[in-house]
Design a protein around this ligand. Structure first.
Ligand code: KIV
Length: 270
């Protein structure tokens, strides 16, 4: 298994990600929120680190991603870019930081690239954000799109259920994907949509799709690292595969530490 993912030999760029689709190579992305995790994931050969606003839930303990602010995103993005030397770091633009005006979106994207050190930003939504995506790309900010379940709209969607199940919703999602591609986004996250919908979008677009709960036909896959490693057990989405149970490991280690301190075993007498 150790050889499946070659180590990153040089800095991954947005253009490499686009090329991967042409070469039929799968793209792997995981979320990272701090320098230590960024270093570890990079050692595992993960080529895209997403500083997701999911940090609102897994780091801040909020119920949704909505309380995440620009200052918080800049802080975590800076930490991740300090840890990651080669992976492509993409930072989420948080709730309502890009919709009010193109000027505000550019100002906030500037912060993520200049202060945070990210190489690209991710924005959620379809037609309502196409113009913002186009302008960001025009001024030199690489943009990743995000369609399907868009967690920043959780209140409007009425929860975290699967999207684009009805044919007309699937049709709209495809049109929005095409519009985002035409606006210049370099990759598109598809979250919680039926596998056949994701397959159609993936086959239609020339930019890569990166799925989460969207079946096997996307050009790449992303998971929230805290889900994938079994660190966050408040809510585990049904599509998540836990590749480790680090939460349980941490509890066991903390219990051993506590026991040894209480018994006077740690630290040992010289
Ligand atoms: O915020 C996040 O972690 C995300 C992923 C679920 C794609 O947007």
């Amino acid at each position: 298994m150790g050889d499946v993912m070659p180590p990153l030999t040089r800095r991954v760029r947005v253009t490499d990600i686009k090329l991967k689709k042409q070469r039929g190579e799968k793209i792997v992305m995981l979320t990272a929120y701090d320098a230590t995790m960024a270093r570890l994931l990079e050692r595992a050969g993960i080529e895209i680190l997403l500083v997701g606003d999911s940090l609102g839930m897994v780091i801040m303990g909020e119920e949704t991603t909505l309380p995440v602010t620009m200052d918080i995103m800049v802080y975590h993005t800076r930490a991740v870019t300090r840890g990651a030397r080669k992976a492509l770091v993409v930072a989420d633009m948080p709730f309502l930081s890009y919709q009010a005006s193109v000027a505000e979106a550019i100002h906030n994207a500037r912060r993520l690239l200049q202060e945070g050190g990210a190489s690209a930003v991710k924005i959620e939504g379809g037609f309502p954000v196409v113009e913002v995506a186009r302008r960001l790309v025009e001024v030199g900010v690489p943009v990743m799109g995000h369609l399907g379940l868009i967690p920043q709209s959780v209140h409007q969607l009425g929860g975290y259920g699967q999207q684009a199940r009805a044919p007309e919703q699937a049709e709209r999602l495809l049109e929005e994907a095409k519009a985002l591609e035409a606006a210049g986004v370099f990759a598109l996250v598809l979250e919680s949509v039926p596998a056949e919908v994701a397959r159609r979008v993936t086959e239609t677009l020339s930019i890569p799709t990166i799925g989460i709960g969207a079946g096997p036909y996307c050009d790449g896959q992303v998971l929230v690292s805290y889900d994938a490693f079994g660190l966050y057990d408040e809510f585990v989405p049904p599509f998540v595969k836990q590749y480790a149970r680090l939460g349980e490991e941490i509890v066991r280690a903390a219990e051993r530490f506590a026991e040894e301190v209480r018994l006077g075993i740690f630290p040992p007498a010289s």
